[in-house]
Every structure is written in C-alpha cells, then in structure tokens.
Ligand binder design. Structure first.
Ligand code: FMN
Ligand code: SF4
Ligand code: SF4
Length: 264
C-alpha cells in the first residue's frame, strides 16, 4: 500500500481553530496532495464523503472532558469503512487528553483503518487565555510538521502499524464517562455590534433564528467557538461557579505540557 499513497484526506473538527492549525502543519510535513475536510460547521457535516483508494486519512479532534466531542461519533458515521492508513490527532488545553486519543484510535480501527501514527498536541484552552496560552506556538507547529515528515518517511518505507499498547499506558477502556453538561451558556454584552460572526461559526447551529443573543441550550455544546470568534469580545461565560472552576483548573495547569507522538 504505502508506496501508492499520494494524497491525504485531512478531516477535522475545530470549534476554536487550534486543531485546524495542528492538522495543517502535519499536512505540510507530509507534503502529499492535501484534501482538507473541515467538518466543524453543520453544513460541512451534512455531506457523505467518498475517500479515494490509497488515501491517507489524517483525523484530528479537540479533547472535550478527556474524551472526543460527541460530534466525533456523528462524523465517523459519515466516513466510509475500509482498509486504509490513518493518523489520529487530538488537541487538548494543557490539562490532560486522558482517553481521547485511545477513543480516536478505536474509532479508526472499527472502521477498518490501520494506524500509522498518533499524537496529542496542545492548544489554548477553549475556556481560558491562560491555559495553553497562544498554543499551538511555533515549537508546536514545528513538532507537528516534523510528525508529518516522519510519517512521510515511514509510509515510503513500508507497512508499519501502530498498536494500541503505547496509548494504553495512559488511557483505558472502558473510557471515562462524559462530563456532566454544565448549566451555563455564553452571554452577550452591550459591546455586540450584530456582525453575526458568532452565529456563522457555531458548530451546532445553536443560535435561534440566527439571533446572536438567543442560544438554544439543548443545541449548545459549550464549545466556546462563539466566545473566541467574537471580534468585540462581547461573548463570555459569566456564571460564578463556572468561572471559579476554570480559574482553579488554570492555576493547577500552568506547567507547559509538550506534544506526545506515537509512531510504530
Ligand atoms: C467542552 C470542553 C471540554 C474540554 N475538556 C478538556 C480536557 O478534558 N482537557 C484539556 O486539556 N482541555 C480540554 N478542553 C480544551 C480543548 O481541548 C482545547 O482548548 C483545544 O485546543 C480546543 O480545540 P479547537 O481549538 O480545535 O476547538 C475542553 C474544551 C471544551 C470546549
Ligand atoms: S460575534 Fe460578537 S459582536 Fe458579532 S454578533 Fe456575535 S456577539 Fe455580537
Ligand atoms: S452557541 Fe454553544 S455550540 Fe454554538 S458556538 Fe457558542 S458555545 Fe459553541
């Protein structure tokens, strides 16, 4: 297989854009013909995908509560099964990635894909400008590009398959349960100028009637895309318990975590 891989399908979900930066750097290192499949917005997820024969699948998701976002399962349902090489990437906010990378590994294997590499990178936390501040930074992007380059060399060198053994050193099945959903929503201040950038960037279409001030709590997955995308800084989570918890989490995770890369 490996010598025929000339193209990569770079499939990702990235509400606040850090996962996108990582997958693009990996793709730059791979230097295959890239096919970017950004599945962040509902319109992109409504299509079914055709994958080319001998296409390398690069799959990247953020970590939500030590797991993959539930939308990852929906995305996998739209992907065709088959024997294909795949790379699993997760991006987390400098706390921990826990079972998310193992979960992504398993989703790939259940589709018939075989893993040629996996990695966890760090991105600025969706709820904070302190945890993982401004990451991925140039060093992270260089590491991601280096991973792409290593993958390119190993694909040219033959069939080497990554087992789950190294991932099981820090993760386990059954995976940790989903975190209980918090009873909070992003709030909109007077600074809002009605530009609708938040509405256009919501991965679940949660803004009722396209109104930037009206969020359907059942649709909102608290991904913070609207908060981080607002150019006026008019959106924020203001619930006291939530902000206190985030401040405590940030204080406990100020140490710099480094990307972890698994190759066969
Ligand atoms: C609902 C939710 C849960 C999160 N859970 C974790 C977590 O368990 N560990 C962690 O380090 N970061 C966590 N984060 C932070 C994101 O993983 C991190 O900011 C990532 O870079 C976001 O990717 P994106 O920019 O592609 O959206 C969470 C973010 C959200 C929105
Ligand atoms: S992005 Fe900000 S300013 Fe624009 S509509 Fe949304 S809340 Fe208002
Ligand atoms: S409304 Fe909710 S789901 Fe939509 S972007 Fe904002 S936090 Fe994410």
């Amino acid at each position: 297989m490996s010598r025929q891989v000339i193209q990569s399908a770079n499939i990702y979900f990235s509400p606040t854009g850090t996962t996108r930066k990582i997958i693009r750097s990996v793709a730059a290192g791979l230097a295959l013909r890239p096919r970017e499949m950004d599945l962040t917005l509902p319109s992109a997820r409504s299509q079914r995908f055709i994958l080319e024969r001998d296409e390398l699948l690069v799959l990247a998701f953020p970590v939500h509560g030590g797991r993959l976002p539930k939308l990852a399962l929906e995305i996998f349902q739209t992907l065709p099964a088959g024997h294909r090489p795949a790379v699993a990437l997760v991006v987390y906010g400098n706390r921990a990635y826990e079972d998310a990378l193992l979960e992504l590994y398993d989703l790939c294997v259940n589709k018939g894909y075989y893993l040629v590499g996996a990695a966890a990178f760090i991105g600025e936390h969706s709820y904070s400008h302190v945890m993982g501040r401004s990451r991925p930074d140039p060093a992270d992007l260089e590491a991601a590009k280096g991973l792409g380059l290593s993958l390119r060399h190993s694909l040219l060198g033959g069939d080497k398959v990554l087992s789950d053994t190294p991932l099981l050193a820090t993760a386990k099945r059954p995976y940790r349960g989903y975190s209980p959903k918090r009873n909070v929503l992003p709030e909109t201040s007077k600074k809002c100028v009605g530009c609708l950038i938040c509405v256009k960037n919501c991965p679940t279409g949660a803004f009722e009637g396209g109104d930037p001030r009206k969020i359907d709590p059942d649709k909102c997955v608290l991904c913070a895309a609207c908060v981080k995308a607002c150019p006026e800084k008019a959106k924020s989570f203001n619930d006291d318990e939530f902000t206190d918890d985030m401040a405590a989490m940030a204080a406990a995770n100020l140490d710099r975590k480094e990307p972890v890369i698994f190759l066969p």
